[in-house]
Design a protein. Sequence first.
Length: 234
Amino acid sequence: MKKIFLFFISILFVVSAFCQSEKKDANQKFVSLVSPTGGGYVFYLPDGNMYDKNKIDGSPYIFENWQSGVVYFKKNELSSDYKFNYNSYLDQVEFIKDNEHLMITNKKDIDHIKFGEKDFYYLLFVKNDDKIISGYLDKLVEGKIILYKRYKCSLLENSNNYTITAGDVIDKFDQDTEYYISKDSKPAFKIKTNNRKLFNVFDSNKELVKEYIKNINVRNEKDLIKLFEYYNSL
């Protein structure tokens, strides 16, 4: 079990005041940024700007409460049980260790991360502009066609410059979801949840699928899962 933690090189990014320190022992190796005050936190967005949690409405996390889970490595190893959450703005799976918020950086060593009844895989997928990028997708259905869910989050800046108190501009996190499928081990691509366009993703048994799809609402996630489970069973 000792070598498992060598796979974690993790960075604490939610702190109120920053100073850098390196912590090492026989079981772990990671670099963290430690808050000397332990107060409310701020974090860095991809553009390098720093935003204060208290000045943003909503949350980038998909769970209100952090969930117990484990990391499954590609070498058939497991991590210890940590508390996990997914930050849909930063596209990062984060975990709590010794009261520190850490993110996983060695994604290439990980098969998937399971927590809160979610199975997150770090995969290649095709964006709307046809660029292939890597990111976390939540696997919903396994089989000939694999169905994934992608959690997205954007930051809506306050265009009206509305203030609660002097100097406190309130922005807002806006969360959304998309669905992706993967076939023949190729990068996942986005699907639209309407009957006509969804029907075209199936390569065989089209008449059976056509009849099945008449009796469900594919905009409903449970029905969408049922559809792909049905197809994969044929």
